[in-house]
Write a protein that binds this ligand. Sequence first.
Ligand code: ADP
Ligand code: MG
Length: 319
Amino acid sequence: MEFDLIDAIRTRVNIARDDVALSVGDDAALTRVAPGQQLVACVDTLVADVHFPRDTAPEDLGWKSLAVNLSDLAAMGAVPAWALLALTLPDADARFVERFAKGFAELARAHDVALIGGDTTQGPLSVTVTALGTVPTGEALTRAGARAGDAVFVTGTLGDAAGALRLLRDPGKGAAHAEILFAHLNRPRPRIAVGLALRGIANACIDVSDGLLADLGHVCVASGVGAELEGEVLPLSSALTAVFDAATCRELALAGGDDYELCFTVPADRTSDVAPALAQAGCDATRIGRVVAGSGVRVLDAHGNELATPQAGWEHFSQ
Ligand code: ADP
Ligand code: MG
């Protein structure tokens, strides 16, 4: 499509890195991976009216399309380095592209991520970002390492983004707290520093994109274990609890998506290492349960009785 659009993106997202030998402009980019490092690669697509409301601010969409990918790198314990951007637009809207690039650049700059290529096509609005990073060989965090007896932790708070989606359907509700909830939905902050701090401590790690139950469920399947969560200790923001009743908060925290926090498991004898490691990363984490033998994720109340759980999985913004 229009070369001026590509140029508008390239000039706004101009983060230079020494390890980029050839960037936007050729048929493909050339980068250098240092000896002893593995390349970590991931891609995520955001489709209008499926993954984000069509009227999302372009700056927020730019930020979020990179953030969801950096969150995947964070969950691997990787350092982000490069990104590619495939943008499909209904029309050649220069203003949209400039605003999109501004939001994308803001997060790219914060993590020193160079935009090294992409594709620009016409069609229904959708954004696909490929993120690339590095991890010392053999040190990546994966979903498969959880062991019975591990403690389960999650960073930050859960359910805020899903709470924002609820507010979209119920205009006027929770106005005083909407800004905080929408910031979680539109400007998720990938937990890169946490992922790095957890190398050598966590047995398994995943980012919470589809909801805690679903994502911890993925860890359980990959690791061949089960998990028990304490339903009453799930970390909730004061904004969320101010707007929704306790049962709704728990449902949003367990089954709502788009949190982009990290859920990880730690051997019982290493749990005291978590707080200091995360303090260095400028983040806190809550111990929310344990890994057990068996399969599946159960949620327990304070007396150890199983609570009914909401349908696991990502909450569609338009239901
Ligand atoms: P090709 O026909 O070889 O695919 P394109 O015309 O699609 O080339 O792209 C020209 C150059 O611009 C390539 O280097 C490509 O990586 C880059 N590019 C295209 N679209 C984008 C985009 N949205 N963001 C960043 N780089 C892009
Ligand atoms: Mg192309």
